[in-house]
Design a binder for this molecule. Structure first.
Ligand code: SAM
Length: 329
């Protein structure tokens, strides 16, 4: 098929292609071609081509480009999708539309073994969700985050890929030789990378399956010797590790305040606490800061070093993190 192309010497090809892209004049549906010393760059609209290049426009046959088949291209609308390893997660109330999206995902070029739809909110002490399996049959996968691999089964453990940036922010603060206690560790998305930075990590979770994955993930990422994984209620292991922590991770946003006495028991003389909370947008940080100061009492000075909105949780509610330094008074 004959289309308008800008014809320039090969050496200028990349510079001209970039200028055409900046001018929104590139025709992405047709292939760029080279013939001898000349490169032919298809353009959408001769009017959009910069004036000095306009005289170079010629009509020329150009092959159509193979475009990746995306779910949106198949469906005609953009579905909301989340990737977790080779699982694609959708969030769709209408069953028929959910099946339509799952079929489009499987027919697309998205690498995917399973499509899941959320079938319940995150529930219970173990913070696990129920799922409808719409395509494929497995709920276990290996997810990659900032160079680490996490094996997990979404039907048995908590894991949210949406928190990757926040986890990375916290993980980057860890120095070698620190002792970290991850009080609600899940499958290890904080504990494992922190050990990778040279920290000794005590990682606890009530969910035995999560702790099995945590051990596997520590081995898988080469830090098995620096992660002590404990299955149980963190309140019951606190005496054994009293006073050891240079850093505490408290990622149990709905009820972390109930564990602040335990956090204070685990804290060393100078300890940073990453305290996750869910609060109303009118005062997202105040309740957490007050609860931490109350738990610290006269034993520690508590200084809030960072207040961060992690994400919107519900209308008018934020998931927030406070980084608080406890210094023994
Ligand atoms: C929100 S998840 C966070 C998991 C992990 N930190 C992450 O980012 O994926 C909270 C975890 O706390 C665990 N948990 C709840 N109550 C606990 C307790 N009393 N002691 C230890 N872990 C607990 C749950 O099983 C769950 O895995």
């Amino acid at each position: 098929m004959s289309v308008p192309c800008v014809a320039v010497e090969r050496e200028r090809g990349e510079a001209v292609r970039e200028r055409l892209a900046d001018a929104d004049a590139l025709d992405g549906d047709h292939e760029i071609a080279v013939d001898g010393d000349t490169i032919y760059i298809p353009v959408t609209d001769s009017e959009a081509v910069p004036v000095d290049l306009a005289p170079t426009i010629v009509e020329r046959d150009a092959a159509e480009r193979d475009r990746p088949r995306t779910p949106a291209a198949i469906l005609g609308y953009e579905p909301s999708l989340e990737r977790l390893g080779d699982i694609v997660i959708i969030d769709e109330d209408d069953d028929e539309r959910a099946r339509e999206i799952a079929e489009a995902v499987m027919a697309s070029d998205v690498p995917c073994e399973t499509v899941l739809n959320r079938a319940s909110p995150i529930e219970g002490e173990l913070r696990v969700r129920r799922w409808d399996v719409l395509a494929g049959d497995g709920t276990e996968t290996v997810h990659r985050e900032y160079g680490h691999e996490f094996a997990l089964d979404v039907a048995e453990v908590y894991f949210s890929p949406r928190l990757a940036t926040e986890r990375h922010r916290v993980i980057e603060q860890v120095a070698p030789e620190e002792t970290v206690v991850d009080m609600f560790a899940g499958v290890g998305p904080y504990a494992v990378p922190m050990a990778g930075r040279g920290a000794d990590v005590v990682a606890c979770d009530l969910n035995e399956r999560a702790v099995e994955y945590l051990r596997e993930n520590a081995e898988r990422n080469g830090v098995g010797d620096r992660v002590t994984a404990i299955a149980g209620d963190v309140r019951e292991v606190a005496d054994e590790y009293a006073g050891v922590a240079d850093r505490l991770v408290m990622n149990l946003p709905h009820s972390a305040d109930e564990f602040l006495d335990t956090a204070v028991r685990l804290a060393g003389d100078d300890c940073v606490v990453h305290y996750y909370d869910i609060q109303h947008e009118d005062d997202p940080f105040g309740p957490g800061a007050r609860a931490i100061r109350a738990a610290a009492g006269d034993t520690y000075d508590a200084t809030v070093e960072t207040e961060r909105v992690v994400r919107s949780y519900a209308p008018h509610e934020y998931n927030v993190c406070l980084d608080v330094r406890l210094t023994r008074a």
